[in-house]
Ligand binder design. Structure first.
Ligand SMILES: *[C@@H]1O[C@H](CO)[C@@H](O)[C@H](O)[C@H]1NC(C)=O
Ligand SMILES: *[C@@H]1O[C@H](CO)[C@@H](O)[C@H](O)[C@H]1NC(C)=O
Length: 267
């Protein structure tokens, strides 16, 4: 195997592993409360040890006063095409899997392809201590296995147009849980236009996945523009989840000397 192929292989394996944190019987290894909650993740499984010992973990509380303006940062240019997607109940969150070549984001001249997105509620990242109603993570990966996640924060308010397009599929997911079924739901064509809106301001730092195995060296882009989501939509995202994962926000992690950079087109 050539080394990019090998790297892609490893990433595929590790992404599969994230997706397969569910065991064969459909139960999940980690949750958000009690003995399998976030404080215990590092001890549940040797594969999750980074969750306990990692020094550059996510999420974090972003203190805007301490964010350092970096004039070298570039606008986040995202371009995604239309495609059929798969809605998945991971039990600890609801996710959307994208087919290959859906598009992605260019970071430092490299193409990061969109692989999946998923929601947390309440939000995982905080801004000046404020926790939001929900947070969407768009997970992008390069051929070499580098990961960049774009995070979008939501306050309660009017409905989010992207989630509105998925309402039927979300209802179906909750209905499946009642029937003790668990098959992914494919729908489309789906054009994530709402995800594509340009952003004039973002925070960037280096952290980790916020769920086990908590893999590090993830580049985070937290968009400064907070969007809005309805209470009913957040309920729909929570309905299919395991009881111990309905509130699926990992607590904020220590900065350990890390800095947050700021991109602001207007400065
Ligand atoms: C750890 O990960 C490896 C590779 O994915 C897997 O084969 C092994 O079963 C995992 N260990 C546990 C305890 O889950
Ligand atoms: C999406 O699915 C529809 C119907 O299942 C199919 O006709 C269409 O070609 C698919 N689109 C893509 C981009 O795969």
């Amino acid at each position: 195997m050539s080394s990019p192929t090998l790297a892609l292989f490893i990433v595929t394996i590790s992404l599969l592993f994230v997706a397969s944190s569910q065991q064969a019987d459909g139960s999940i290894q980690f949750t958000y409360s009690g003995g399998t909650g976030p404080n215990m993740w590092g001890k549940i499984n040797p594969n999750f040890s980074t969750c306990g010992s990692g020094k550059t973990q996510s999420p974090i509380n972003i203190l805007t006063d301490k964010a350092v303006l970096n004039k070298k940062l570039k606008p986040l240019i995202r371009s995604y095409g239309s495609c059929n997607v798969t809605l998945v109940n991971n039990k600890f969150n609801v996710g959307v899997r994208y087919p290959d070549h859906t598009g992605g984001v260019v970071v430092d001249g490299k193409m990061y392809s969109l692989k999946q997105m998923h929601w947390h509620s309440p939000s995982e990242h905080r801004i000046n201590g404020k926790q939001y109603a929900a947070e969407l993570h768009l997970v992008h990966v390069t051929d070499e296995g580098n990961v960049a996640v774009v995070a979008i924060l939501f306050d309660y308010g009017h409905a989010d147009p992207l989630l509105a397009k998925m309402q039927k599929a979300l209802n179906e997911l909750a209905y499946e849980v009642k029937r003790h079924e668990d098959s992914p739901i494919t729908f489309g064509p789906f054009h994530p236009t709402e995800v594509r809106k340009s952003c004039h301001k973002y925070y960037r730092y280096v952290g980790s996945f916020t769920t086990p195995p908590c893999t590090q060296d993830v580049i985070w882009y937290i968009l400064a523009r907070v969007r809005s989501v309805s209470k009913a939509q957040v309920e729909a995202l929570r309905a299919p989840l395991d009881l111990r994962c309905k509130n699926n926000a990992r607590p904020c992690q220590p900065m350990n000397g890390r800095h947050v950079e700021l991109y602001d087109e207007d400065v």
